[in-house]
Design a protein around this ligand. Structure first.
Ligand code: CDP
Ligand code: MG
Length: 836
């Protein structure tokens, strides 16, 4: 315990020292990342930041001269043949008719709410109108427009498009910035960034100095960051009367936002889309002649499925009796898995399983072979489903034939080279099919889509505040989403939309989706509120458009106290301040910081990168067993998914050095792409830690203990606590329990799943998700003493308080071995205190 106390003291002085060091640089953004030197400093022009220039007439003159140069350059482009052609296209967009009205309203009002159908030109045009009018007024060198996007992919795609429309390369007047990546130059005046990036900027620049316009896009999505940003901006507006705020939304609920900002003016851009014909399940079955398997021909596997579904349906019924009865009355004959599920229940428990891939495949075949040319956009529930469906379709004689079909999947974190294919027109005679999640609803525009297939569900994170458990369940989309999805088919000509659910189910959809703030854990958000010094968390959040439940807020605050980011009075601790600067979840940030302190940075960076990108271990549908045993090899006897990841990554690096990276990945069921993403994220972490002076220049020094598996395990435990479950090895099985949920299960691809024995009394885990049972993803075994020494926050109520809290766990689990370790540690502690 002496050791722990010393470590704790060391940590405090270390962190406060580092914090002081980084304070010296507080005029720089902590996010200045070094991605190949592409990024310049944040904020307005460099000239504005130069202290010698400020407050001087010289500066005004220089700015003016520069503005005139910028204006000439813009004119040159607009008069060039390509520029004229581009301008013509831009003038054909519905937004163009409103250009003057938009600019006038913006000049006369501080806040404007703009709505308009997807594709009418909000995102690409409105920020450009502002930029152009500033340039025309010879203010080109001093304006600074920030346009936020909810997703990385849209920030990147849109900035690229806008730069092209201005005849420039990215990084000239138009740039982008997303987490750990960006393209932005000295002359960048229009910056597309994720909402998170703007929030981070507010951390160091509370008044958004130098920014002239903030445009918040896609507010109808009601993402957590956007809702949060609106509260902050609402407070900022009176302090910055010259700042302009424009909110943009694809749907017509502009009133809500307008009244939030005291009755701000709204402008609706009347859209132009071609009519889209909607088919619902009943029509589709008829049209495509989908033949149902007679009930008595269903095989055993199918029977078992039905039985499971019936059981699920019963529980489902209790909760959602209303929807069920509507569905039951409507359609009885639907085959959602190709098993001929003619039961009423198969419709009632409409989970992704019940939207059969065979059925989707059948609909796609119908379109490809019978309907006119045009791209197909398929809305699926989630990435797993997209991958499995893609595999299935690739094996199909028609849909898998590359001379006839270009099959693409679209995902937020995919590499940009692949993204581009989605927007490009395929060769003549080839039909493009894009499988996407709900992100393709509004923020990206695929022009040549004529057919939309809509499965009606989206995987939505929700949050069960009572059990403090995040849930990831496919749930019905809203009417607004269904409308959006349908609209995607009418971009270039009249289109068709296949809704794979009955009309009566559509009728039960909610009008709009529940805002994210009301359905996710709030830890990162609360940390941000604290670090932005926005006052009491509860009070601040009560000013949101729709405030979250008190219980969710309390859970988040309690969590931050447990991990030591907040003290008992809800003040930010030194650790908390450092965590708020790192662009990862608090627990992962804590792991990084401890990895730096304990000089075992390399493996810890790999783990944190892996947890924030995605799992590099692939589990193909048909080779699940092989893939799982490949992964198990990496874990050896370590009983840790996190260490398995480290071993896999290190093996890959070695293989890369010998030019055999791809073979290595193939053999071990690893995704080379994900490993590359992890590799680059690791580099970013390293620069970030260096920039915030958390580590030495010399990477060797950060890795003195990297080979020490026990230490790395301890750091994992420190980061993931209180994500902990007890392990009871029984004769034939292993029982896992957490304090909140009771019995829990492991995902089958965990190295700890299906083993005869786990020789550790505890597992720490990264994430638990409630599907039908509670499942743990990625776990690592830890011993009693590691849990006692590294679990939780020792500064909370002193060592005694810490032990008391762990004692709470002890009582709950009634675990005698932990009790012994606990008692002996406590004795040692008491002696220590008496001596001192
Ligand atoms: O934001 P909103 O949905 O209103 O539309 P936008 O993203 O500004 O797109 C306006 C138009 O620009 C679209 O209708 C497309 O025709 C075109 N566009 C494009 O050709 N390529 C892109 N990457 C983005 C937009
Ligand atoms: Mg848009």
């Amino acid at each position: 315990f002496g050791l722990q106390r010393e470590v704790d003291l060391h940590l405090r002085s270390f962190l406060s020292q580092k914090a002081r060091k980084s304070d010296n640089f507080s005029d720089k953004s902590p996010l200045r990342t070094s991605s190949g030197g592409k990024l310049a400093s944040d904020g307005g022009s460099d000239m504005q930041r130069d202290p010698f220039m400020q407050n001087s007439a010289v500066m005004d003159r220089v700015l003016h001269r520069r503005s005139l140069q910028i204006r000439n350059k813009q004119q040159e482009w607009q008069e060039s043949p390509e520029g004229l052609k581009m301008l013509e296209f831009r003038k054909s967009l519905p937004a163009y008719k409103e250009r003057d009205a938009l600019l006038n309203t913006i000049s006369q009002n501080q806040v404007l709410v703009v709505s308009g159908e997807t594709g009418c030109g909000k995102t690409t045009q409105l920020p450009q109108y502002i930029l152009e009018s500033e340039i025309e007024a010879a203010r080109g060198a001093s304006c600074s427009i920030i346009c936020t996007q909810p997703r990385r992919i849209s920030a990147m795609a849109v900035s690229e498009r806008v730069a092209a429309e201005r005849g420039e390369n990215l990084g000239e007047s138009v740039g982008y910035k997303v987490r750990l990546e960006g393209m932005k130059g000295r002359d960048t005046r229009l910056l597309f960034c994720t909402t998170g990036i703007l929030l981070r900027r507010l951390l160091v620049d509370r008044d958004l100095k130098g920014v002239t316009h903030v445009i918040v896009d896609e507010i109808h999505e009601r993402g957590m960051n956007e809702d949060f940003l609106l509260i902050v901006l609402k407070d900022l507006l009176p302090r910055r009367p010259d700042l302009r705020l424009i909110l943009m939304s694809a749907t017509l609920n502009a009133e809500l936002f307008s009244s939030y900002f005291g009755g701000a003016p709204t402008i609706h851009i009347p859209g132009f889309t071609y009519p889209v014909r909607a088919y619902f399940l009943e029509n589709i079955l008829e049209m495509t002649g989908y033949r149902l398997t007679p009930f008595n021909q269903i095989d055993d596997y199918g029977q078992e499925k039905i039985w499971k579904m019936q059981k699920q349906a019963q529980t489902f019924k209790k909760r959602k009796s209303q929807i069920v009865s509507v569905v039951e009355d409507a359609v009885e004959a639907a085959d959602y898995r190709g098993y001929g599920l003619r039961t009423r229940e198969s419709l009632a428990c409409w989970n992704p399983d019940s939207i059969g891939f065979n059925f989707i495949q059948h609909v796609l075949c119908h379109i490809v072979s019978k309907e006119r040319p045009g791209g197909i956009l398929v809305f699926m529930t989630g990435w797993d489903d997209i991958n499995s469906l893609k595999d299935q379709l690739l094996a199909h004689p028609l849909l898998g034939d590359p001379s006839k079909v270009l099959l693409l999947a679209c995902h937020g974190s995919m590499p940009s080279s692949e993204q581009r294919l989605i927007f490009e027109k395929p060769e003549d005679g080839v039909r493009k099919i894009v499988l996407a999640t709900n992100m393709a609803e509004t923020s990206i525009t695929i022009n040549d889509v004529v057919f939309v297939v809509d499965c009606g569900k989206a995987k939505e994170t929700s949050y069960d505040a009572l059990n403090n458990t995040p849930c990831l369940l496919p749930s019905w989309i809203s009417k607004a989403s269904a409308r959006q999805r349908r609209g995607r088919a009418g971009r270039v000509q009249p289109g068709e939309c296949y809704h794979l659910y009955p009309r009566c189910v559509y009728d039960t959809f909610a009008d709009y989706q529940l805002p994210e703030l009301l359905r996710t854990p709030l830890q990162s958000l609360c940390l941000q509120i604290k670090s932005l010094e926005l006052g009491g968390i509860t009070k601040f959040l009560s000013r949101a458009l729709q405030p979250p439940e008190l219980l969710s807020v309390q859970n988040a605050v309690e969590y931050l106290k447990i991990i030591g980011a907040l003290d008992e009075n809800e003040n930010l601790t030194v650790l908390g301040r450092n965590l708020s600067m790192l662009p990862v979840e608090p627990k992962l940030g804590k792991m990084l910081i401890l990895g730096a302190i304990f000089n075992c940075l390399d493996p810890v960076m790999t783990i944190v990168a892996g947890l924030s990108v995605r799992d590099p271990f692939l589990t193909p549908f048909d080779k699940k067993d092989l893939a799982e045993s490949a992964k198990a090899q990496f874990s050896g006897r370590e009983h840790s998914d996190h260490l398995a990841l480290v071993r896999a990554y290190e093996g890959w690096k070695e293989a890369e050095r010998q030019q055999s990276g791809y073979e290595y990945c193939w053999k071990n069921f690893l995704s080379a792409q994900t490993l590359k993403a992890i590799d680059s994220l690791r580099k970013q972490f390293f620069y970030l830690l260096k920039d915030s002076s958390l580590i030495d220049q010399n990477i060797e020094n950060c890795n003195t203990w990297s080979h020490d598996e026990h230490l790395v395990r301890s750091v994992i435990c420190a980061g993931l606590f209180p994500g902990i479950c007890s392990v009871v090895n029984k004769e034939k099985s292993i029982a896992l329990k957490t304090m909140e949920d009771g019995l829990v299960l492991l995902y089958s691809n965990s190295v700890n799943a299906g083993v005869p024995k786990i020789p550790y009394p505890w597992l720490v885990f990264n994430e638990k998700v409630k599907v039908n049972a509670v499942f743990l993803r990625d776990s690592t075994g830890v011993s009693d003493s590691v849990l006692l020494l590294f679990g939780g926050n020792i500064s909370r109520g002193g060592l005694d308080g810490h032990l008391k809290m762990l004692g709470g766990y002890l009582e709950f689990f009634m675990n005698p071995s932990l009790a012994n370790t606990y008692l002996s540690l406590k004795r040692e502690l008491e002696e220590l205190i008496q001596k001192k």
